[in-house]
Write a protein that binds this ligand. Structure first.
Ligand code: NAP
Ligand code: ZN
Length: 385
């Protein structure tokens, strides 16, 4: 049976009533018909299409999207790997753009500002988690940026592979003046998803850190951990990423072979070495070779595979009082903190800029572990005048 990403959120949102009943505010500068790039089915290419954006509510922000990252989650979703989907689906949940119009109640943005949007565009905003700035854990279920029923409109949400979007102000972050926009986009998902667990489990200077999988999330995790002063080790299945990992600040790099009977050569030498291990592996995997590497009171954090993680034994956890935990993106205050922090400290993803007509090929390259290290779609140069 296929796993469904956040199944309870889909179920709950369909029951949610619009939180605003006031008359929509339509700014003359805002054009609802929007060029977008999406999938018509799970096997099809990412094709150009037109979608309609809803009119602005008083606390909405309209954004002309300039750059949008390609996350492996987009591929899982388009391919139906996380459960049955509705099409057309316009993916994209890490993007930046320019504000073109704001509703009357918006206080933080004005037309002309640069802004970013991540994986969520709405939540109940009243439960304890939302009040704590943990909207991703909203008890009613957050509205995802795409493929979620939209409590503010009739349709399902459509994401950032498009030229315009309307988003509730709370779910829009400010992009600092002077920030490079293309390399800011991936911070909205890959950045905050790896930053949030480091904050929560307090990854600190001098601690042993390991990231498994050097892709979009993994290379951001490496850069963030190095910046915090952690001693970082990279586990990669790709021999040709070894030098890059060192260049990004890794202290050690281990090439491993998931399918082999002995997947990690010299694993015994790594026993109890890491305070914090982060897996970004997109698919089910076997934890058995990694768990012994977690040090006393350390944590193995999964942000990758939503499916089965095998090889866990009770004794493997009670030995060294290890924690096996997971983490989901980041809340809105934390997302703003991360964007500010990366811009202030020049922590940038390594990106490959692509045109919209290259997205289909880009998906194949991500699946083949060939991206270095995040594709970003240039929607700015493609924009109609
Ligand atoms: P990505 O760019 O494809 O990176 C994943 C890396 O994992 C690959 O580059 C590869 O690194 C390694 N890998 C791939 N397949 C593997 C396999 N079968 N066995 C072992 N290693 C493998 O993907 P991403 O965009 O970073 O996303 C990673 C995962 O996180 C995806 O499943 C995505 O859906 C999920 N995600 C979760 C959250 C959350 O909130 N928890 C947020 C965003 C994304 P090497 O070549 O170095 O081995
Ligand atoms: Zn993502």
């Amino acid at each position: 049976m296929p796993e469904t990403f956040f199944p309870e959120k889909f179920a709950d949102i369909s029951e949610t009533k619009p939180s605003h009943t006031s008359v929509p505010h339509i700014d003359p500068a805002f054009c609802a018909t929007t060029r977008a790039y999406g999938a018509l089915g799970e096997n099809g290419p990412i094709a150009q299409m037109s979608i309609e954006r809803r009119a602005l509510l008083p606390d909405d922000v309209a954004i002309d999207i300039l750059y949008c990252g390609v996350c492996h989650s987009d591929i899982h979703m388009v391919r139906g790997e996380w459960g049955e989907q509705r099409y057309p689906m316009v993916p994209g949940h890490e993007f930046v753009g320019r504000v073109t119009a704001v509703g009357q109640a918006v206080t933080r943005f004005s037309p002309g500002d640069y802004a970013g949007v991540g994986c969520m565009v709405d939540s109940c905003c009243t439960c304890a988690n939302c009040e704590a700035g943990l909207e991703q854990y909203c008890t009613a279920g957050a509205t995802l940026t795409y493929a979620s029923p939209d409590p503010r409109g009739d349709a399902q949400t459509q994401g950032g592979y498009s030229e315009r979007i309307v988003v509730r102000e709370r779910f829009v972050v400010k992009v600092p003046d002077g920030a490079d926009l293309a390399t800011t986009a991936p911070l909205l998902c890959s950045g905050v998803t790896t930053f949030s667990p480091m904050q929560h489990w307090r990854l600190g200077s001098g601690q042993g850190f390991a990231v498994i999988g050097l892709g979009g999330l993994g290379h951001m995790a490496l850069k963030l951990a190095v910046h915090r002063g952690a001693e970082a080790t990279v586990f990669t299945t790709s021999e040709d990423k070894v030098q890059d990992a060192y260049d990004m600040g890794a202290k050690d790099v281990v090439v491993w072979h998931p399918e082999a009977s002995n997947p990690i050569p010299l694993a015994d030498e790594l026993a109890k070495q890491f305070d914090f291990m982060l897996s970004t592996i997109p698919f089910p995997f076997d934890l058995a070779p990694f768990l012994p590497m977690v040090r006393q009171d350390g944590a193995f954090v999964n942000v990758g595979a939503p499916g089965i993680i095998g090889g866990v034994t009770g004794a493997g956890l009670w030995d060294q009082r290890r924690s096996l935990v997971g983490s989901c993106i980041g809340g809105m205050p934390e997302t703003q903190d991360l964007v500010d922090y990366c811009c202030a400290n020049a922590i940038r993803p390594q990106i490959e800029l692509i045109r919209p007509d290259q997205i289909t090929d880009a998906y194949l390259r991500v699946e083949n572990k060939q991206v270095r290290y995040r594709f970003v779609i240039d929607l700015a140069s493609n924009r109609a005048g």
